[in-house]
Design a protein around this ligand. Structure first.
Ligand SMILES: Nc1ncnc2c1ncn2[C@@H]1O[C@H](COP(=O)(O)OP(=O)(O)OP(=O)(O)O)[C@@H](O)[C@H]1O
Length: 277
């Protein structure tokens, strides 16, 4: 792709983005590399307050890379390099003065595989609070987080049992409780239901819809139905193979209904109709 086409693509992505009021995070990617590999190019992804923004697209288009860029989780990968800007309430989180640990306190994360720590249910939820030197009533905060993650009734009588003793769906809700215990502002969810059965998936989807009242959510999902069920806004990423490599980029972003029923880009329509994966 030549420079003009690249600029046009970036411009189109911005033009298709939602109105800029209520933007909590604004991710303006110039280039993202793993070593010499250009994984994602020019893409602007605004994240709106108290909304669920879904990231969809074929495998390897950079959905997780973009999501993990939103709380500097990729910094843990030595060969990762981010060129661009991610603002959180106007502050560039990649500014040299910003501590990534503090970033992750405000912008929490839930992963694909439920990953409770090998400790009690209570200690799992209390973990981040203790790490941050929380001085308030720990029992109250643990209960509040477990209630917020819709698992209090299932675990309230066995808080000392290991988090690993729970079912997959309960483990994932425990991980959500752990993520919200420190009361972040934004929750990044990377395919949180991919390891769950349909019933547990439905519970977590219902929970996401409840959580968005309080939190802002960005969600990577492979499941088109899930995106239509829960996402207010959907960002569709594609893979550009024109330079002989596979580079992800934002093709189009907009209200979920429009992306699925009346997309602006031909590629988006082909993808949401299942014509390629
Ligand atoms: N730690 C890493 N080191 C090197 N390359 C990586 C790393 N993580 C991701 N990549 C590469 O970056 C590109 C984007 O990967 P990413 O996981 O963000 O895509 P994705 O759209 O989330 O994929 P999937 O849907 O398969 O999970 C891929 O080509 C992938 O191989």
């Amino acid at each position: 792709m030549n420079a003009t086409a690249e600029m046009t693509a970036a411009g189109a992505a911005s033009a298709n983005a939602p109105a800029r009021n209520n933007i909590v995070m604004d991710c303006q990617i110039d280039k993202v590399f793993y070593g010499d590999f250009l994984a994602v190019r020019a893409s602007t992804v605004p994240i709106e307050k108290n909304k669920i923004t879904g990231f969809i697209g074929p495998s390897g288009c950079g959905k997780s890379t973009v999501l993990r860029s939103l709380n500097r989780m990729n910094d843990l990968i030595p060969i990762f390099r981010f060129e661009g800007k991610v603002t959180y309430h106007g502050q560039d989180i990649y500014d040299k003065k910003v501590d990534p640990v503090v970033v992750r306190r405000y912008i929490g994360m839930v992963f694909q595989q439920p990953n409770p720590f090998a400790m009690s249910i209570y200690d799992n939820v209390a973990f981040g609070l203790r790490l941050n030197g929380f001085k308030g009533n720990l029992d109250e905060r643990v209960e509040k987080a477990l209630k917020g993650a819709a698992c209090w009734n299932e675990v309230k009588d066995k808080l000392k049992n290991s988090g690993l003793s729970l079912s997959g769906g309960q483990q994932q809700r425990l991980c959500i409780a752990r993520a919200i215990a420190t009361e972040p502002d934004v929750l990044l969810m990377d395919e949180p239901c991919s390891a769950l059965d349909p019933i547990a998936t439905r519970r977590v989807e219902e929970l996401m819809l409840e959580l968005k009242e309080k939190y802002t959510i960005a969600l990577v999902t492979h499941n088109m139905q899930q995106a239509t069920r829960v996402a207010d806004t959907t960002a569709f990423f594609g893979v550009d193979i024109s330079q002989g490599s596979r580079t992800g980029y934002l093709v189009e972003m907009g209200p979920t209904r429009q992306i699925f029923e009346d997309p602006r880009e031909k590629l988006t329509g082909e993808y949401v109709r299942g014509e390629f994966s």
